[in-house]
Write a new protein. Structure first.
Length: 592
């Protein structure tokens, strides 16, 4: 059995405690604080200025807490308290905690999309750590892009790091019905547009769908990414499943604070943990959870920071052999609170151990296999047995074809089965504004057999590749009772969304990819079993259209937006900046 801490979380085995430990004089912070000469005088005197005593900070590991709290990020609204609990753990373990606020990427509020600013937060995290006297870091995040951004920055800096996930919010409630964030938003919005839901009912849903701090309690991008980061080994085992309001979440925060001090002394860094095997484990967890398609972009970017190439084909290979066991919305029936009570991520991983590299090292100093010892599942409906999966394989599919030469993705369990192989006439919208203006026009020549195509919604075209991929179904088709159609774009889709939505088409249309050349009436075939996405237009006609194509004007002429446009990579390459991939390390700052 895995030993546990006083908080009930799996703890490090005795052998983890026996790792060689560094001396305080070897720590990075001692370049700032430990020098007896004039250059460290200012550092020490200004720390005294803040009310600390010499005993508080001298001769101790200095631990950054990168906190993404803000007044307009409901997913992180409890972080004011959690940061104090992390500090408590650091103090208890003999460290000196230093809170460093960072950009808060609030998914419900940031426009045009938080994806535009993921790399901004990654850069800020890296530079906060590089420019301050930090020996290690506790990362507080959870809302969609916050998790990969924090990890990307920490990976590039490569100091000992541990992630504290925000945790899912409680279930929503309306008129005796359980509500799931995102998934039920789209579901009931479709009913309202179809004329089946009153304004009063809509308002009641609005007031009941998000009832506590924490990120989405469906298997959206937030829940997916925190589970993946745990599987990668960058959290304490069991950390990602705990609901945000649960007292266990506070205990986990303090235990993470205690653990980072030992990680610093053990010199256990992201580069020691994030191996190719760890990334395969992360992808496997994503598939078994029927996780968000956004995880593909984030995992590719995170792997790139370590210097690991993660092609889309690897995701498809793992998807073909991995069962979907989490019966959680939007692909299933239940919510993250149910998942936690059913055994959480440790319970799910314990059922797919044959698909995992159990020797992978994790943040608590143990292997993944050691951390899964004693894990149980308490509800076979929520976390399915291996012989009764939600689907036997293909919780994710990577598509290729003349419409997506560099790839596109779809989540088959979230689409109606009759659309898994489908050919239909394209109805094309040039951009989001064009779609919003015309999609509900009664005169629009469209029926449920058509394929809706949105252009210019990718990393450069939108800009920032927003979550527009769950394209709306026209009102006149909703009124017929239809709730799914094939929809194709170079956008992303919220992990809480559902439907036969083909996403991340690459090359994107803004760069003149084949998606830019689609015209109304063209036949398109989606073939999920065959992993194909094809446009039935001959090469000569496509060449003629390409010659006549004119690239849209850039969105930004200055500032961060201009830098984004100049350096962003494509969706299949992770949408990171080309100059932030793993390479020669950035020099440490000189201390004067």
């Amino acid at each position: 059995m895995t030993k546990t801490t006083d908080d009930g979380l799996p703890g490090p085995e005795a052998k983890a405690k026996d790792r060689p430990r560094r001396q305080i004089a070897e720590l990075r912070s001692q370049r700032w604080y430990g020098d007896p000469g004039l250059r460290a005088f200012g550092h020490r005197s200004r720390t005294f200025q803040m009310g600390y005593t010499r005993a508080d900070f001298m001769g101790k590991p200095v631990v950054a807490i990168v906190n993404t709290w803000s007044d307009i990020n409901p997913c992180h609204s409890h972080f004011k308290q959690r940061v104090e609990e992390v500090k408590r753990g650091i103090w208890q373990a003999g460290g000196f905690p230093v809170e460093l606020p960072a950009m808060s990427l609030s998914e419900p509020f940031v426009k045009p999309t938080t994806m535009l600013y993921r790399n901004f937060l990654a850069m800020e995290t890296e530079e906060l750590l590089r420019s301050h006297p930090m020996d290690g870091v506790v990362l507080l995040g959870g809302c969609d892009k916050t998790t990969p951004a924090l990890l990307m920055g920490a990976i590039s800096m490569n100091l000992p790091a541990i992630f504290v996930p925000a945790g899912p919010m409680l279930r929503g409630n309306w008129a005796g019905k359980v509500l799931g964030s995102g998934s039920d938003t789209w579901k009931y919005w479709a009913e309202k547009r179809a004329g089946n839901l009153s304004d009063q009912a809509w308002q009641e849903i609005e007031e009941g769908i998000a009832r506590s701090p924490g990120h989405c309690m469906t298997m959206g991008t937030a829940s997916t990414m925190t589970a993946i980061v745990e599987t990668l080994g960058m959290t304490l085992p069991g950390a990602s499943s705990i609901p945000a309001p649960d007292s266990g979440h506070a205990r986990m925060a303090s235990e993470s604070g205690r653990r980072i001090v030992d990680m610093i002394l053990e010199d256990l860094k992201p580069s020691d943990i994030l191996t190719p095997a760890a990334f395969d484990n992360g992808i496997t967890a994503d598939i078994a959870l029927s996780g968000s398609t956004n995880a593909i972009i984030h995992l590719v970017a995170m792997a790139g920071r370590v210097g690991i190439d993660l092609p889309l084909e690897r995701f498809d290979e793992i998807a073909k052999r991995t069962p979907v066991l989490a019966d959680v919305r939007p692909s299933g029936r239940f919510l993250m609170e149910d998942f936690y009570y059913a055994g959480g991520l440790r319970g799910l991983l314990s059922r797919i151990t044959s698909h995992l590299d159990l020797t992978a090292l994790t943040a608590n100093g143990c292997t993944l296999g050691e951390n899964l010892e004693g894990a149980e599942v308490y509800n076979d409906e929520v976390i399915r047995p291996r012989d009764n999966p939600l689907t036997e394989s293909s919780g994710l599919a990577v598509l290729k074809g003349n419409l997506a030469p560099n790839g596109a993705v779809i989540k088959p369990p979230a689409a109606e089965p009759h659309l898994h192989v489908h050919t239909g006439k394209a109805r094309v919208f040039r951009n989001y504004d064009d779609m919003a203006a015309r999609i509900d026009d009664p005169a629009l020549d469209i029926d449920e057999t058509c394929v809706i195509v949105l252009q210019n919604a990718g990393p450069l075209g939108a800009p920032g590749m927003p979550e527009w991929g769950q394209l709306p179904i026209p009102q006149k088709i909703l009124a017929k009772g239809v709730r799914d159609m094939v929809r194709i774009s170079d956008a992303r889709m919220s992990g809480t969304s559902y439907g036969a939505c083909v996403l991340h088409v690459s090359p994107e249309s803004y760069l003149g990819g084949p998606l830019a050349l689609v015209q109304d009436g063209d036949l398109i075939t989606l073939d999920i079993p065959g992993r194909r996405l094809d446009l039935h237009v001959d090469d000569a006609e496509l060449a003629r259209r390409k010659a006549a194509w004119v690239q849209p004007k850039p969105h930004y002429e200055r500032g961060y937006g201009a830098m984004f446009a100049k350096h962003i990579t494509s969706a299949d390459k992770g949408c990171d900046f080309d100059f932030l991939h793993a390479g020669a390390p950035t020099p440490e700052p000189e201390i004067h």
